[in-house]
Design a protein around this ligand. Structure first.
Ligand code: SF4
Length: 270
């Protein structure tokens, strides 16, 4: 006899609006615990192991979540060695379970088959899709909620991120416990707790992504000026964060999560 799929419930933007209001003044730890209590093993943490992601990993370990939560990392195959070294140090020193996802093709194969995509604005979108988005979609269905380290103080499309957002592509709820943390607060946290972070941040790279598309920035430049500098496209994003994607006006997002988790989410209060 075939087993029936678990019943699911639709969660809409209107459903999470009161939760966002209630979480607006909660601390980073309170939001992480809140998400862990509601989703258990169905909560993961997504990180590219930049400074903010390292702070979130440190906090998750400090709260004793090592055995309870996967950390998802997309290794595009063209990361800096310093980034991979940071991933390994966080895995071994914080004891976190890091799930590494890979694109289907090496960059060499991709360039042979599709050309050097990352050197044009249209190609960048394709390349980020193939090397970041597609690998991330491999986890669709495994988790119902995902912690991320986006912060309002990064500005741009992140200037107004809510504590919770819906990700229709991964069909899960994004949770941003660091949404109110400023860059000064983040740096002071790193210093106070001696957090492991990518050594490129001390070499002129405020943000770090693939080695093909990240350069250091000059003093006075925007912190994202080193991303896709060759495209002269300061507003470029890789779009793996649902809140970075531009939405058609009037579109209302929704996701479907198991009914039991939805009951926990809406029934247990904040
Ligand atoms: S950041 Fe550059 S190399 Fe990396 S996936 Fe995007 S376009 Fe490709």
């Amino acid at each position: 006899m075939s087993s029936q799929p678990a019943p699911h419930r639709l969660v809409t933007e209107a459903d999470i609006a009161p939760l966002n209001e209630a979480l607006e003044n909660r601390t980073m730890d309170e939001i992480i615990r809140w998400a862990h209590e509601r989703f258990g093993r169905r909560l993961c943490l997504l990180s590219a192991f930049q400074k903010a992601g390292c702070v979130l990993c440190h906090r998750a370990a400090a709260l004793g979540l090592q055995e309870h939560m996967d950390v998802v990392f997309v290794d595009t195959g063209v990361n800096f060695p310093e980034t991979l070294e940071t991933v390994e140090r966080i895995r071994s020193e914080y004891g976190l379970n890091i799930v590494t996802l890979h694109p289907a093709r090496t960059m060499e194969q991709q360039c042979r088959e599709a050309g050097v995509l990352y050197i044009t604005p249209e190609g960048q979108k394709q390349c980020c899709h193939l090397r970041k988005k597609e690998p991330l979609l491999q986890i669709k269905g495994r988790y119902s909620a995902m912690l991320g380290s986006l912060r309002r103080s990064s500005g741009g499309r992140r200037a107004a991120i809510p504590p919770l957002a819906l990700d229709t592509e991964l069909n899960l709820i994004r949770v941003y416990p660091m949404f109110r943390m400023t860059t000064e607060e983040m740096n002071s946290y790193i210093e106070r707790h001696n957090v492991i972070y990518n050594s490129l941040h001390d070499q002129g790279y405020p943000t770090v992504s693939c080695n093909r598309c990240t350069t250091p920035v000059l003093e006075g430049e925007d912190e994202r000026a080193g991303r896709w500098r060759h495209l002269e496209h300061a507003d470029a994003y890789c779009n793996i964060n649902s809140t970075d994607r531009l939405k058609h006006p009037g579109t209302l997002d929704s996701v479907r999560i198991p009914t039991g988790e939805a009951e926990n989410l809406f029934g247990a209060g904040i």
